[in-house]
Design a protein around this ligand. Structure first.
Ligand SMILES: Nc1nc2c(ncn2[C@@H]2O[C@H](COP(=O)(O)OP(=O)(O)OP(=O)(O)O)[C@@H](O)[C@H]2O)c(=O)[nH]1
Ligand SMILES: [Mg+2]
Length: 174
């Protein structure tokens, strides 16, 4: 089975844990219980049509976080909190060689981040609310797409255990 190490990063209270819990099947929970330290969740899921062993790390914002072992990093901010967007942009500048998706969460609340600020990021961006199942599906579809798109960046997500198996999308399209 393929594996994907997904790191979910972002400032306090932006919705990192909620995104992971919602993906794992929980319903939206309006109560806020801050996460202490790093939490790791493991699941077998489907990404881009493949069965994948997923490791989801829930990581508080910290300038010294190391992301090299991640296959993809989700930098989460709240669309209702300009400071969380600034932190997200600062963190984005520190990341090299790992695919990133910027996740603007809480789109159901009054927006404090302008469209021009969002357009200036230069990496894939998705705006969501964890209140909607559909948005969580869209986010994980995007993760699958980005993992495949980055197959030439040294790490082949789909082929890392099956070089030239002839069966997966990387092999078929190359
Ligand atoms: N309105 C709204 N609230 C949300 C959304 N996503 C999460 N929340 C709420 O925001 C609060 C914080 O969510 P968490 O998932 O705990 O945030 P976190 O980033 O894990 O926070 P820390 O663990 O403290 O870093 C909770 O009260 C959630 O219910 C959303 O899309 N819309
Ligand atoms: Mg949390």
């Amino acid at each position: 089975m393929h594996s994907a190490n997904i790191m979910v990063l972002g400032a306090d209270g932006v919705g990192k844990t909620t995104i992971i819990h919602r993906y794992l099947g929980s319903s939206f929970d309006a109560d806020y219980s801050p996460t202490n330290g790093i939490k790791v969740f493991i699941d077998e899921g489907t990404l881009a049509g493949y069965d994948v062993f997923l490791t989801l790390s829930d990581v508080p914002y910290n300038k010294t976080v190391k992301v090299e072992n991640a296959d993809i990093v989700l930098i989460v901010f709240s669309l209702a909190d300009q400071d969380s967007f600034i932190s997200a942009k600062e963190f984005l500048e520190t990341i090299e060689d790992v695919p990133v998706i910027m996740v603007g969460n809480k789109s159901d609340l009054p927006n404090k981040v302008s469209a021009s600020e969002l357009d200036s990021l230069g990496v894939p961006l998705i705006t969501i609310t964890t209140k909607r199942d559909y948005d969580i599906h869209l986010l994980f579809d995007m993760i699958g797409t980005e993992l495949i798109r980055h197959r030439h960046n040294g790490k082949c997500f789909m082929c890392q255990f099956c070089w030239h198996c002839g069966d997966c999308k990387c092999c078929i399209t190359n």
